[in-house]
Design a protein around this ligand. Structure first.
Ligand SMILES: *Cc1c(COP(=O)(O)O)cnc(C)c1O
Length: 237
């Protein structure tokens, strides 16, 4: 079986499913972008993904992205979706067009400083722990306001919206309130600060359908597209 065809079939099914969730919610698909989560995906499969038209990938390790990026054509866009350590900020600014996971003022300030040095305005999302799990990254919802104020003051950061990783639940109706909460938070913050925060990065293979119903604009999908895989670069960073 040709694996490019497999990938194409999975992509087609995924888009059909995304479209049907969007339709169910009375939305079009123009505001929804699929971000293939490519951690652990080999360069060969990434090239196949590029061949079938995918032009953006979400990586969650700086080191892995640094090794893979030169292997793909230059018009490929890369997002950072994992937890980011401050000592990786300079590299992250160099490698990614959108960083989904700003969750502390210290990280925001370091990214701003590094973006300034690189003469770049770095697009970012603030990651919010709406699920309340202690193991998860992300600012607590009650701290989101002060983090937004910090980010809005930083000249080399452009805040585009919010991201969350929902807790895993078998019953998707238990996940839905997380996504609703993130959307409501976004709406409140737009009103409070008089800014536009269009992006909601929420939904993964298991829960993207409810995320789309609740307003996701960026869905980060790995397994449903690439199948399950082992990390190719197991080094933690
Ligand atoms: C891996 C990952 C995803 C994709 O997860 P799947 O369940 O494989 O779709 C999404 N978001 C983040 C932050 C990830 O690390």
């Amino acid at each position: 079986m040709d694996s490019t065809t497999d990938l194409q079939d999975r992509l087609k099914l995924l888009w059909q499913s995304i479209e049907s969730s969007a339709t169910k919610a009375g939305r079009g698909t123009a505001s929804i972008r699929l971000i293939p989560a490519s951690k652990g995906v080999t360069p060969e499969v990434l090239s196949q993904a590029y061949e079938i038209g995918l032009r953006v990938f979400g990586e969650n390790r700086v080191q892995e992205a640094r090794e893979k990026q030169p292997l793909l054509p230059a018009d490929t866009e890369w997002h950072f979706i994992g937890g980011l350590q401050r000592n990786k900020a300079r590299e992250a600014v160099r490698l990614f067009s959108l960083i989904h996971s700003v969750d502390t003022p210290e990280l925001a300030q370091e990214l701003d400083r590094r973006a300034g040095q690189a003469v770049k305005v770095q697009s970012v999302l603030i990651e919010v722990n709406v699920g309340g799990e202690t193991t998860k990254h992300g600012t607590e919802p009650e701290d989101a306001g002060s983090l937004i104020e910090t980010v809005l003051k930083l000249k080399h950061l452009d805040l585009k919206g919010f991201m969350t990783v929902a807790p895993y639940e078998e019953d998707l109706e238990k996940v839905r309130p997380c996504f609703t909460r993130l959307r409501n938070l976004r709406d409140e913050m737009e009103t409070r600060y008089g800014v536009s925060l269009p992006e909601l990065s929420m939904g993964m293979s298991h829960d993207y359908q409810v995320a789309i119903e609740e307003g996701a604009t960026l869905v980060r999908i790995g397994t449903a597209l690439f199948g399950s895989r082992k990390p190719v670069f197991p080094l933690a960073d």
